[in-house]
Design a protein. Sequence first.
Length: 202
Amino acid sequence: MTTLRHEFYETDDKLTISVFDKGADPEQVSVKFEPRRLSYKNGEKELVLEPLKGQIDPEASGYTVGKVKVEIRLVKMAQGRWVSLVGDSPDPMTTTVIPQASSSTTTTTRKPKKNWEGITTEILSAEKEVTSDQDPNAGGDATVNSFFQKLYSEADEDTKRAMLKSYQESGGTTLSTNWSEVGKGHVEVKPPQGSEWKKWGA
């Protein structure tokens, strides 16, 4: 028997073996596929590969007879690289190369998570609170609102009614705490000097 020279290349789902059998007659060539075994025969020439490194699908596998070589296509049952054609135990290459490749991939693609809570705290602590002594406009709406909330919460019923009535009827341009004055009639709109009062949508 003559053992034929052969080589192979693979993808994750297929493996192709080139058997160098020049001038092989397609009528004489016989290829037998089994889940973990492959046998090639052409007269006195023979090639047997077992046990195959992984399991193949005999039904989906096939071969083509050419002038210089015979190409045998094996369809893998499970995706992945074999590295070698035969063998029971894992090839050393699969245990050294593949984990390194996967770890380097995860290292390059992993993005550090941002600690938004820490960033917010950092920004807030970095911002120095400006007092009204340093800037007359410091505090803005928040300070004004808290002042009126405090004033309203500590006021008696007449003062509260005066504040609500004056604010609502004047369209937010007047705020009075004097019920004896506000209770007499409708509170007029008094826009700030140099501005003109218009109803919403007008």
